[in-house]
Design a protein around this ligand. Sequence first.
Ligand code: NAI
Length: 305
Amino acid sequence: MIGLVGSGRVGSTLAMLLVQRNIDDIVLVDIIQGLPQGEALDLSHMAAEIGVDRKIAGSNEYSSLKGADIIVVTAGLARKPGMTRLDLLSKNAGIISSISKEIAKYAPESKLIVVTNPMDAMVYVALKSTGFPKNRVFGMGGMLDVSRFKDFLSKSLGVSNSSIDALVIGEHGESMTPVPSYSSVNGIPLKGLLSGEQLNKAIDETRKVAAEVIRLKGATFYAPANGIARMVEAVHFDKMMLLPVSTYLEGEYGVSGICIGVPAIIGKDGVEKIIQLKLEGEESDSFNKGVATLKEAVASLQILA
Ligand code: NAI
């Protein structure tokens, strides 16, 4: 069973994708009375017509997570226009900490995928509050950033997005790190296909476009939900997929004590292996800027605690 804590825009869109892909039974949990129950009914009706025989339930009780193998947390406040992800830090830290304790109580063997922003810091809070081993608590952000980078690259190259392999690591925030040196068009390095100016534009747009979507429609949820669904599939089907995820580092990339986006192999135990890359120049500078931001975030969480 897959547990979804938070039945708002990202949570409910994710539930729809998981039903469409017929992955497993689902339970939606939210604090709003009626919301998860209503979502579950609506989704059950869709499932009935497309021939998906899964249990889909909605609840206001964390005890409904009993038996969940994978839990995705999208609960909390979302960014409002003009707000940075870090503005959300203290408010969402309290929410994630209390949800994590409930998850540890009712689904102590689960794998936990954290989405709530500021995501990297929330993964850290969930890791500490559940007490789970680090492989079982990780975050989605890089998958979304990759979706955006791929879209810009595809448009500026005039090439199908299915031919593009792109990587974005680092903080899921102002200093996210698109990595052109490890991105390609079916193996052909980007640097030979795009001018420096075109590449910088794609990187810049990838960093800024989240704010633009929020300005235009108030939130972003289709692409995030798709990124989460890919991670759920990787764990559920033990796919051993290489995906960018936010995970706790203990010396990798010369960093310890924070969660940040890096490429990792994702399988049935969650983060099976962190892949180390050699970063240089601007890529390294941007990654290190994210590290500094997240170290500050973690330090301020300790002051708040
Ligand atoms: P939303 O406001 O539509 O949904 C959030 C839901 O969480 C609400 O239904 C609310 O009632 C529920 N909630 C609040 N406290 C709760 C608790 N203690 N237990 C259970 N449910 C609780 O927000 P949306 O748009 O779905 O975004 C959710 C979060 O995901 C936000 O923090 C947003 O910034 C983040 N996000 C992260 C992305 C990423 O790439 N990591 C991408 C998009 C959104």
